[in-house]
Design a protein around this ligand. Sequence first.
Ligand code: UDP
Length: 490
Amino acid sequence: MAHQTATGQNFPPRVLIFPFPAQGHVNCMLQLAELLGLAGIHVTFLNTNHVHRRLLQHADIQARFAAYPGFLFRTISDGLPEDDPRSGNEMRYVLRSMLETTKPVLKDMLSTCGDILGSDSSPYITCIIADGIFGSLANELGNELNIPVIHFRTISACCFWIYFSVPDIIKAEELPIREKEDMDRMIRSVAGMETFLRCRDLPSFCQVSDERDPQLHLVARETRQSARAQSLILNTYEDLEGPLVSHIRTHCPKIYTIGPLHAHLKVRLAKNVSTSTYTPSSNSIFEVDGRCMAWLDSQPFKSVIYVSFGSITVMKRDTLMEFWHGLVNSNKRFLWVVRPDMVAGEVGNNEIPAELVAATRERGYLVGWVPQEEVLAHRAVGGFLTHSGWNSTLESIVAEVPMICWAYFADQPIISRYVGEVWKLGMDMKGVCDRKIVEKMVNDLMVERREDFARSTAEMARLARKSVNEGGSSYCNLDRLIADIRLTSM
Ligand code: UDP
């Protein structure tokens, strides 16, 4: 739909989308951008230079988005030197740098309209959809420039709700966690989680030994900013996290649950024959190696455990070796993503026991980065050993693949608790890594408890599909979001 300016010119709404520069954030915000593009909304997608360069390694990405009228990629500096690795859980220094350097640049872009409008007829940015990590920065800009701001949180609703509840947890004196305290101590002050939330299930930024911890207060403060935004988008669905979303709604009344976004995008693209170039791996900022698909083709039905710890996890060599022994001792076939920057220090081929090398050659496949959605959807994959990143969890749910959860940091400990205890979609290993546990869990998941998990994963996947199909909750919520964005240019 087009709208009219005072001069009588028609113009569509133009949205500025601004993700945090990490794979899990950029991926689903690009999916949202594509969904808005399909609805005819003009999008300016603002990446950091570093992320954009890596995205451009996919020759198709510019062409794919150019199919959407008015779609623009623009870039901004993250304030760090070119050669900074920007990896590991120290990603928070990237956030700090951006909070220090980005606001004036962004303000200048938005107020002068610089080159963020392209050559189409939108006279200004009508709405900002900012990663909720930048909650206060986005709200301040919106207020100063009188532009409506919508927050998009790429974390699960369960994690969002804990971040939001931090002041209540402190008031109830359930935080901090005293040194040497039992991590199984229950936390009772988070509404909706009274019966199963333990200290060890809290997001890593909340597992603090001092209630004045700056990281704790940063996540709590930025999360609470979403109550001041015009609305909040969550990549989840009502049948999965509805009860938690109801708690959040008491503070943030306007919430659009529109996930799982990757599945939602596929549904909407299927209705639109003119734009069908999307392949799941094309939003990747890593170089995708698709050769494992041929290996998977030659494996028996549901015989392979897929292992991946996402884009940020860094582990010690000892941990890697425990996983490796556990996988080999399970006697199952495995496909394992080992990013070149995943292990702290050198692994060194010489130091790897010969029996591991031989067993891996026989029934394993190690790879740097795979097209994950395609891997999970493959008939040979019967289980997923995951770090419980939110995108990976949603992708596993949609593909009906049960999970073993080895949470690394951020929202992952609470997601793994939900997977194991609440949704019953797999087993929660938490951060413990011991070869015997890995071996047992792989066997339980793939053999002993396979039937139980088959039932629960099939049901949750059915509900996910229902939510993104026409008439489903996520489908209707996206329509509502699109209608509300259109109002911003009236
Ligand atoms: N991913 C991928 N190939 C891989 C490993 C991961 O395409 O080899 C994708 C995965 O499909 C997911 C994203 O990377 O969309 C990881 O996001 P997630 O939230 O699971 O974890 P994070 O990387 O943010 O820790």
